[in-house]
Design a protein around this ligand. Structure first.
Ligand code: NAI
Length: 337
């Protein structure tokens, strides 16, 4: 079975090679891996000709045109090496006879812990403090934070990651409010409470997004939801950029309605993230404006990026491909209803 991976970086190659060695008994050695650095899109889909399995990453373009081209080249299985699948036209894949699977859970700890890191950094202004001490500026003016203890955190989406995140925040002594169309007993067990999204926004000092990007959740955070938040609250998005209307967020930061913003994902990240653009001018005016606020912290979609997560992603991706070939159940993607 030939599997072609797009958007590969050295750490992807290393984790898949290592998983292949470790997974020899499971048959991983039967998979012929080809690593491509280029992104998958309309112009590069032709490179996958002859590959039974194509493995895209989160900012690859997997629209109907790409799927038709992959299908013409003989691809029958899309093994996403991500949990999110908003970048894939699943209906077009079904129509083309291509099965789509994902890695539903790798390390929820990786993403949840990154979200917590962003909260601590923004609250205690560690990013600014670090810059200051390196310049021999040991003053504290402007670095005042607040105790998380006895504050309220709002968790939007209590799936695998949201629940780990909620547990960590509860251990800080925070009150946990949650919003999810499907309530999970773990949240109640740790003392959390499900409320409406409006109530969560109105009562939370910190709001963290852990729901998927679907047509129904695009710009879940917009001008009116920002206005409904507690003045000066903190917003964290480690889920998908499209959940947040970036222009509305700029306005909320300028007015002070939003007190802190932590983004690991950005709605226009596709053209920028995972690449070094430091020698170029930053042409995205919204991102440039966001980066100019000292109460904004942006990381480039690295929340998943731990050794444990990479190992699990590689192993599950290859397990999915083998299961598909054997006609066994794998982690199929279900289209947005
Ligand atoms: P999951 O599928 O386990 O949980 C998602 C939860 O969101 C479910 O409980 C679902 O019922 C809920 N949900 C659906 N619509 C909602 C809505 N309108 N409002 C509130 N909740 C809603 O997914 P998991 O593994 O917890 O991942 C969450 C998201 O994190 C993924 O969809 C992905 O986009 C993102 N992610 C980001 C990573 C990063 O590196 N920054 C890495 C991995 C995932």
């Amino acid at each position: 079975m030939r599997m072609m991976l797009f958007s590969c970086r050295p750490y992807d190659i290393e984790s898949f090679r290592r998983a292949q060695e470790d997974g020899l008994p499971a048959g991983f050695g039967d998979i012929e891996l080809t690593f491509r650095e280029t992104r998958l899109d309309e112009t590069t889909a032709v490179l996958a000709d002859g590959a039974d399995v194509v493995c895209p990453f989160v900012n690859d373009v997997v629209n109907a045109a790409v799927i038709r081209r992959l299908s013409a080249g003989g691809t029958r299985f899309l093994a996403l090496r991500s949990a999110g699948f908003n970048h894939v036209d699943v209906d077009a894949a079904t129509e083309a006879g291509i099965t789509v699977a994902r890695v539903p859970a790798y390390s929820p700890y990786a993403v949840a812990e990154h979200a917590v890191g962003m909260i601590l950094t923004l609250n205690r202004k560690l990013h600014r403090a670090n810059n200051r001490t390196r310049e021999s500026d040991f003053s504290l003016n402007g670095l005042l934070g607040f105790d998380l203890h006895e504050k309220t955190v709002g968790v939007v989406g209590t799936g695998t990651i949201g629940r780990v995140f909620a547990r960590i925040m509860a251990s800080f002594g925070m009150t946990v409010l949650a919003y999810d169309p499907f309530e999970h007993p773990d949240i109640v067990a740790l003392g959390g409470r499900y409320v409406t999204l409006d109530a969560l926004l109105a009562q939370s000092d910190v709001v963290s997004l852990h729901c998927p990007l679907l047509a129904s959740t695009r710009h879940l955070i917009n001008a009116s939801s920002l206005a409904a938040m507690k003045p000066g609250a903190m917003l964290i998005n480690t889920s998908r950029g499209g959940l947040v209307d970036s222009l509305a967020v700029v306005d909320a930061l300028k007015s002070g309605q939003l007190g802190h913003l932590g983004l690991d994902v950005y709605e226009e990240e596709g053209a920028l993230f995972f690449e070094d653009h430091s020698d170029e001018l930053l042409l995205d005016d919204v991102l440039a404006r966001l980066l100019s606020f000292h109460n904004v912290l942006i990381t480039a979609h690295q929340a998943f990026f731990t050794r444990e997560a990479l190992a699990q992603i590689a192993s599950t991706t290859m397990t999915n491909a083998l299961a598909w070939r054997r006609g066994e159940p794998c982690n199929l993607v279900v289209a947005d209803a």
